[in-house]
Design a protein. Structure first.
Length: 684
């Protein structure tokens, strides 16, 4: 039985029937393993996409069919090569098998592991995958034996070798820091591989394989049951606090809802009604130009350079106290619901929420079979993600369920984020076809400048965006009506904001995330106070970083300004003489190089860190930021750079006070170091 591994022998000696059986079963079992592995990973990454047995079984079957065809071709070629070179087909099959499984496993592991937060999940994936590999090989082993194939113990080696290699890769990626630890893991991996060979040759019986399968699957099951979310403490004693509702609308430009009046202003009766009852900050700016860092700031009162949640992988540190955590500790029932992939629990935005419903990303991940079926039978694979209407409905239900207790509800609607696809009833010109704009791939090409829409197309895009805003307004009207009908509206503190705006080629580009111009930074920010009849408009520039301290201040809850990046905005209407205009900062760009911005003395300075290039705009004379006066006003540039340097230092100090590690890349970017060398860093 061990002959095939122990001593090479000419392929011609192996009966061609038994060789064919071995190759056939190896090909089919490796395809099954790869398909199962691929699907298992997708399920872990996108559980909502596979919520029924047909949703699991069909992609598995489709993936298997495709991979089986590929495997048979690959193994056929391998066998032919083996015959040609006079090598043992069993070994070639083994090498091909390991390569196939690794190819199927590596992509998922990389995909899942893209986020640091997913180390635990990646572990579960790995263990499930290993279990699957062992089980599939066990079946193949039995089949090959039944078919009388020689060298079937090769099949026992395959899963063990795959498991050793995958385990080594996972440990290197997630659990070992520094070259010393990695070298140790590599050594251990090599030892495990050698042990695999030994086990396969000496004691690879179905019984041993079954025991191994049970072991890894049992561990996977236990691990999957483990919920990494820390348990919430019991609510503090309930008392009479006003309900708090935070409504954030993704990608909502301030000018579309706040004016000035003109063709671009979108009629939004529900939002207008709310703003009419509120303290409205007409010059509010987001702290970052895209969702994750901006909302992290909004929910924590900390600047992007402090919370560090500024890239695709980053997660909001558990050490930070969020608004939900503060309100929960004060006796509030907390609920967060909405849609945006950057706000998934894996990124730490669920901290402090009793209930948190932000579904996973709008795709099937790397599930090969689901991707194939999505193309072939799109009707069976509809959009998985709740519409704005569904989110509004869920918000109304949540309010119904919690109307009798102090509650904090955060509702985040993804519209009017692209794709712009409003229901026809919300379009001024529904006859304009197509009624959709902004597939991800298309947005990428437009951003890169490879696709340049003409004026007519830009008008159409702006109209679709406006249609999305009308749609959002109509849905938010339902949420506000629910509060009114239950007698909660008057008592509630309702905060309305957005995470960033949207560029429509004002500066030559489209979308958001890469610049700090006002079409992206300026957002609506309003507080409908509880019970009080304060309705006013404040035109001073303020940051959405002030949202959390302002809410705590309004509720009479204590907060330490030394532990936050912003003060409360309440003085702006309580004691306007005491309110101070302070410089506003923005950071955390997503594409095309990091930028920092500061608004001060009616001007805005934007510094590009990679190049050290700065732009300066006089916001009073040139509110559309069309011509930089950096060359003509070196003193103002110097002042802005000093402010940026001082801010960076203040953020680093605050991180220290909060017990957060210094963020990677934040300490000594070249441009800021150069600025310091030039003496820009002053005492502020
Ligand atoms: Zn956003």
């Amino acid at each position: 039985m061990h002959a095939c591994l122990a001593e090479p022998r000419p392929t011609t000696r192996m009966s061609s029937r038994s060789e064919r059986a071995l190759l056939l079963w190896t090909a089919l079992s490796s395809a099954l393993t790869a398909a199962g592995l691929n699907l298992a990973t997708s399920v872990l990454d996108h559980p909502r996409a596979f919520d029924s047995w047909p949703a699991l079984g069909l992609p598995l079957a489709a993936g298997y069919a495709l991979l089986a065809a590929i495997s048979l071709i690959v193994f056929g070629v391998t066998a032919a090569l083996g015959r040609w070179r006079g090598r043992d087909a069993g070994w070639l099959a083994a090498a091909t098998y390991v390569a196939l499984v690794l190819a199927a496993a590596l992509a998922p592991l990389i995909e899942v592991g893209m986020r640091e937060a997913s180390a635990e999940r990646a572990g579960v994936v790995l263990v499930c995958a290993t279990g699957f590999v062992v089980s599939a090989a066990l079946a193949a082993h039995a089949f090959a034996r039944a078919a009388g194939a020689a060298g079937s113990d090769v099949l026992a080696l395959l899963p063990l070798a795959s498991a050793s290699i995958l385990g080594t890769l996972w440990l290197i990626e997630y659990r070992s820091e520094g070259p010393g630890a990695r070298a140790l893991v590599l050594l251990a991996g090599a030892a495990a591989l050698a042990a695999s060979v030994w086990v396969a040759r000496r004691c690879a019986t179905p019984r041993v394989l079954a025991a191994l399968s049970a072991l890894v699957l049992g561990y996977a099951g236990l691990d999957a049951l483990h919920d990494p979310r820390p348990a919430l403490a019991p609510l503090a004693a309930a008392w009479d606090r006003p309900p708090v509702v935070l409504i954030t609308v993704d990608t909502l430009r301030a000018d579309r809802v706040l004016g000035p009046d003109g063709p671009r202003r979108v009629p939004t009766p529900a939002i207008d009604g709310l703003l009419a009852d509120s303290v409205v900050f007409s010059e509010a700016r987001a702290a970052a130009p895209w969702t994750k860092p901006s909302l992290a700031t909004l929910l924590t009162g900390l600047a992007p350079l402090v919370h560090g949640t500024t890239n695709r992988r980053a997660r909001l540190p558990r050490e930070i106290d969020t608004l939900a955590e503060r309100l929960r500790a004060a006796g509030y029932r907390t609920g967060g619901l909405g849609l945006n992939a950057h706000l998934e629990p894996a990124f730490g935005f669920d901290q402090g929420f009793d209930a948190y419903a932000f579904p996973a990303r709008p795709d099937y991940g790397i599930a090969l079979g689901a991707r194939v079926l999505e193309r072939l039978v799109p009707a069976r694979f509809p959009e998985l993600f709740p519409s704005t209407a569904a989110i509004a409905g869920a918000a109304v239900d949540w309010i119904d369920d919690h109307a009798q207790e102090p509650f904090f509800l955060w509702v985040h609607v993804l519209d009017p984020h692209w794709p712009y696809e409003p229901p026809a009833e919300w379009l001024a010109h529904p006859e304009l076809e197509p009624r959709r704009w902004g597939e991800p791939a298309m947005v990428t090409s437009v951003q890169a400048g490879n696709v340049k829409p003409g004026q007519a197309e830009r008008e159409r895009v702006a109209e679709l965006y406006a249609g999305e805003i009308r749609y959002v307004d109509a849905e938010l009207a339902r949420v506000l009506a629910a509060l009114r009908e239950r007698g909660l509206y008057e008592r509630a503190l309702i905060v309305f904001a957005s995470d960033h705006g949207e560029e429509f080629w004002e500066h030559g580009r489209y979308e958001h995330g890469h610049t700090l111009y006002d079409e992206v930074l300026r957002v609506p920010l309003a507080f409908k106070l509880s019970g009080a009849e304060v309705r006013t408009r404040v035109d001073a520039p303020v940051s959405t970083a002030a949202l959390m301290p302002t809410v705590l201040d309004l509720l009479g809850l204590p907060f330490d300004e030394q532990q936050l990046s912003s003060r409360s905005l309440a003085p702006w209407w309580r004691a306007p003489d005491e309110a101070r205009v302070e410089p506003l900062f923005a950071a955390g760009t997503y594409y095309f190089g990091e930028k920092r911005g500061v608004v001060f003395d009616g001007k805005k300075l934007v510094l590009e860190l990679d190049t050290g290039r700065s732009e300066l705009y006089d916001l009073t004379r040139d509110p559309r930021e069309l011509s930089s006066i950096a060359a003509a006003a070196p003193e103002a540039v110097r002042r802005g750079l000093q402010l940026l340097c001082a801010w960076q230092d203040a953020c680093a100090e605050l991180r220290g006070r909060l017990g957060l590690a210094v963020a990677e890349g934040e300490t000594g970017s070249e441009a800021l170091r150069a600025m310091r060398a030039l003496g820009y860093a002053g005492t502020e």
